[in-house]
Design a binder for this molecule. Structure first.
Ligand code: PLP
Length: 408
C-alpha cells in the first residue's frame, strides 16, 4: 500500500462506492439477498457474478472489513469469522485431512492447543515443538506434514517464534506456513515479511480494541503456491490457483461450519481498527515502562516481556516488530498470594481478555491454562504463580501507581 497504515484503514471503505455517500460502510443485517433476474442468483451461486446470496457466507459489511484486513496484512484475500477460534478452526477443517501431520509451536493459546487435541482424535497428528529455534521445526517435519503453525509472541510467556527462519524453511520445502498474528497485530508485524502463506488474527483483541466485539480473520498473503498443496478438492480448482486456498476456506470452513461474523460486530471491529496504530503505540509504550518498573521491583521475581534486554528474543523483536507488544507476564516473590495481589489492584481488572483499552490481569495456571493440566503447563513454562498482564492505554502514572500500591 502506498499510503500509511492508518490512512489506508481510514479510507479503505471509500475505495468502492458507498450507498448515500456515507463515509464508512453501513451495517447490512439482511439474512438473504434477492434478485430481480433469477439467472443472476444462479450466477452468484456459481461464482460467475460477484454478489451475495445468503448471510452465512458474508455480507457487504464483512466484505468491507475483509478488504481492510487484507490491506493491513498486505494480503490478497481475507475471510472473517465470528471469533478468532472460529478462524483457526475453519482454516484447519478446510485444509487438513485424516493422516495429515502438523508441526506446531508448543507455546500456544490454550484453546488452539485444545483444538489440536480434537484434530488429533479426527486423525491428524500434531508435533509440538519449541518453535523459538527453527531446528526443532525442521527435525519434526515428515512427508505427511501439511502445515507449520506458530504464534508471533506467545501468550502468556512471550516466547517469540523463530519467524524468519521458519518462513525460509517452509518456503524451501513448499510447506504452508500459518502464523497467528493476534499478539502483534499487523501494525507491529506483518508475517508476510517472513513468507507466511496464511495469517490469522483474532479481531477481538487489539484490532477491535474496545472489548465490545468478537471476530477472527484468515488472510492469504498470496505467497503460497496452492498447486503444491495436496488437499485442494478438484471442484475448487475452478479459479486461478492463487484463490484455491481461500475458496476452500470460505466453502468448507465458513459456509459449512457457519461461524459467520455478523454485520454489527464487523462494524464495531472496523471502527476499532481505525485507531489500532494510535492505541498500540500507547499500550506498547505503557507496557515497556511498566515492565521496567516491575523488573526493578523487589517483590517481582520475573518479568517476561520482549522489550526487556534479558528477553531471549529481545534482539529479534527490536529488529522486526514496530514495538514489543502490550502483553507481559510476571512471577511474584515467594509468599505473595497471586489472588491477594490481584484483589489489591484497583484499576487493573481481573479478566481473561487481552488487547483491550483497559489493563487486564489473570492468574494463568488457575484459569485459561487450567484445563490442560500440570504436565502440559510445565512444558509451556507456566508456573502456578504466573500472572499475565495485558496493558491498556490508561495514563502511565496511574498504572504504575496501581501496581506500586498493590505490591507495597
Ligand atoms: C484470543 C486469541 C485467539 C482466539 O481468539 P477469540 O477471538 O477469542 O476466539 C487465538 N489466538 C490468540 C493468540 C489469541 O490471543
Amino acid at each position: 500500500m502506498s499510503n500509511g497504515f492508518t490512512t489506508t484503514i481510514l479510507h479503505s471503505d471509500l475505495a468502492s462506492p458507498i450507498e448515500h455517500f456515507s463515509v464508512h460502510k453501513p451495517m447490512h443485517v439482511a439474512a438473504a439477498f434477492g434478485y430481480e433476474d433469477a439467472r443472476d442468483l444462479a450466477k452468484v451461486f456459481k461464482g460467475e457474478m460477484p454478489g451475495y446470496s445468503y448471510g452465512r457466507q458474508g455480507n457487504p459489511t464483512t466484505t468491507a472489513l475483509e478488504a481492510k484486513i487484507s490491506k493491513m496484512e498486505d494480503g490478497i484475500a481475507t475471510a472473517t469469522f465470528s471469533t478468532g477460534m472460529a478462524a483457526i478452526a475453519a482454516a484447519f477443517i478446510a485444509l487438513l485431512r485424516a493422516g495429515d501431520h502438523v508441526v506446531s509451536s508448543s507455546f500456544l493459546f490454550g484453546n488452539t492447543n485444545s483444538l489440536f487435541g480434537t484434530l488429533n482424535t479426527l486423525g491428524c497428528d500434531i508435533s509440538f515443538v519449541d518453535a523459538t529455534d527453527v531446528q526443532n521445526v525442521a527435525r519434526a517435519l515428515r512427508p505427511s506434514t501439511r502445515l507449520v503453525f506458530v504464534e508471533t509472541i506467545a501468550n502468556p510467556r512471550t516466547q517469540i517464534a523463530d519467524l524468519a527462519r521458519i518462513g525460509e524453511l517452509c518456503a524451501e520445502r513448499g510447506l504452508l506456513y500459518v502464523v497467528d498474528n493476534t499478539m502483534t497485530s499487523p501494525y507491529l508485524y506483518r508475517p508476510k515479511k517472513h513468507r507466511a502463506g496464511l495469517v490469522i488474527n483474532s479481531l477481538t483483541k487489539c484490532i477491535a480494541g474496545h472489548g465490545n466485539a468478537l471476530g477472527g480473520a484468515v488472510t492469504d498473503t498470496g505467497l503460497f503456491d496452492w498447486t503444491r498443496f495436496s488437499n485442494i478438492y478438484d471442484n475448487y480448482k475452478n479459479v486461478p490457483p492463487a484463490q484455491w486456498g481461500m475458496q476452500q476456506i470460505r466453502k468448507k470452513g465458513l459456509r459449512d461450519v457457519g461461524s459467520t461474523l455478523a454485520a454489527e460486530p464487523a462494524h464495531r471491529i472496523a471502527t476499532g481498527a481505525e485507531t489500532l496504530a494510535l492505541r498500540m503505540d500507547r499500550a506498547c509504550a505503557n507496557a515497556l515502562q511498566l515492565a521496567r518498573f516491575l523488573a526493578a521491583h523487589p517483590k517481582v521475581t520475573r518479568v517476561y516481556y520482549p522489550g526487556l534486554d534479558n528477553h531471549p528474543q529481545h534482539a529479534f523483536a527490536m529488529e522486526h516488530f514496530k514495538a514489543c507488544g502490550a502483553l507481559m507476564s510476571i512471577e511474584l516473590a515467594d509468599g505473595i498470594d497471586c489472588f491477594d495481589f490481584l484483589n489489591r489492584l484497583q484499576l487493573v481488572i481481573s479478566s481473561s481478555h487481552l488487547g483491550d483499552n483497559r489493563t487486564l490481569a489473570i492468574p494463568v495456571a488457575h484459569t485459561i491454562f487450567w484445563e490442560m493440566g500440570p504436565q502440559r503447563r510445565a512444558e509451556m513454562g507456566i508456573a502456578d504463580s504466573l500472572i499475565r498482564l495485558s496493558i491498556g492505554i490508561e495514563d502511565l502514572d496511574d498504572l504504575i501507581g496501581d501496581f506500586r500500591q498493590a505490591l507495597a
